[in-house]
Design a protein around this ligand. Structure first.
Ligand SMILES: C[S@@+](CC[C@H](N)C(=O)[O-])C[C@H]1O[C@@H](n2cnc3c(N)ncnc32)[C@H](O)[C@@H]1O
Length: 218
C-alpha cells in the first residue's frame, strides 16, 4: 500500500505499469495474487473486466477478491482472459514455474501478462516469501513456459533501492515524539526526494529493487 514510506517506488511502479497497460492490456483481466486489487482504478480505462484471484489464507483484506483459488489452480477455464497481471506476488509462490504455466493456461493466445517482481527487497509476508529474481532468471522462466518475452525493465538504479531500504529501516524508530512530530515522515520524504534526483543521473540497474516483465502467450 502506498504511503509516506514508499511514495517513490510506488510512483515509479504505477508510472511504468500505466505505460505498459496502455499499450498491451485489453478485455478481461485476471489479477493473480490480487490482494486488495490496488490497481483497479489505474487499469479501469484499459480493461473491460478486472477479476482478482487470491488464496483463502491471504494476509490482506478479502473484500476485493473475486475468485478464491491459488496461483497454481485458478478457477477459470483455459484461454478465458485477454490480459493477466501479477504484482509483487511471484516471490511468494513456492513453485513460480508452475504458477507461470497456470497463467499461460488461462490466457488467450496473443494475450499479454504483466508481472512486477522484486530483486533487492527485504523479507515480507513471512513465511510465504520464497524468492528474489534476476532479469536472467525471469527471462529463462517465462520463455521456458512458452511466453514470448516482450520486455523486462529494471525499475530503478542504486539510489532508489538504497533510499527505500534506508527509509523502511528508519521507520523502525517511528515511535514516541519522533512519531508525534512526524520527523521520520519528513526525513523519509527528503531521502526519497534525493533518491529520485540521483536516480535520474545514475541508473545502475544492477541495483534495481524490482523488474517489470511484459510477456505474450504465443
Ligand atoms: C505482496 S502481496 C501483493 C498483493 C497485490 N498483488 C499488490 O500488488 O498489492 C502478495 C499476494 O500474493 C498472494 N499469494 C500468496 N500465495 C499465493 C498463492 N499460492 N496463490 C495465490 N495468491 C497467493 C497473497 O495472498 C498476497 O495477496
Amino acid at each position: 500500500m502506498m504511503n509516506y514510506k514508499n511514495l517513490l517506488v510506488y510512483s515509479i511502479h504505477d508510472r511504468e505499469l500505466t505505460r505498459v497497460a496502455k499499450k498491451y492490456f485489453v478485455g478481461r483481466l485476471i489479477d493473480i495474487g490480487c490482494g486488495t486489487k490496488p490497481y483497479a482504478e489505474l487499469l479501469k480505462p484499459y480493461v473491460t473486466e478486472h477479476i482478482g484471484v487470491d488464496h483463502e489464507g491471504t494476509f490482506h483484506s478479502k473484500d476485493n477478491v473475486d475468485l478464491f483459488g491459488t496461483a497454481y489452480a485458478i478457477p477459470a477455464p483455459d484461454a478465458s482472459f485477454d490480459s493477466a497481471l501479477c504484482t509483487a506476488a511471484l516471490e511468494h509462490l513456492e513453485e513460480p514455474e508452475q504458477a507461470l504455466r497456470e497463467c499461460y493456461r488461462v490466457l488467450k493466445s496473443g494475450g499479454v501478462a504483466i508481472y512486477s517482481v522484486p530483486f533487492i527487497w527485504h523479507l515480507h509476508e513471512e513465511p510465504r516469501d520464497f524468492y528474489r529474481f534476476t532479469k536472467y532468471g525471469l527471462d529463462y522462466l517465462f520463455k521456458k513456459v512458452g511466453f514470448e518475452v516482450i520486455e523486462i525493465k529494471a525499475l530503478s538504479g542504486f539510489w532508489v533501492t538504497f533510499g527505500q531500504l534506508f527509509v523502511y529501516n528508519l521507520y523502525r524508530f517511528n515511535r514516541g515524539p519522533l512519531r508525534w512530530f512526524r520527523i521520520i515522515d519528513a526525513v523519509g520524504l527528503m531521502v526519497q526526494g534525493i533518491a529520485y534526483l540521483l536516480n535520474r543521473f545514475d541508473r545502475t540497474e544492477q541495483w534495481t529493487w524490482a523488474y517489470l516483465v511484459v510477456a505474450r502467450k504465443k
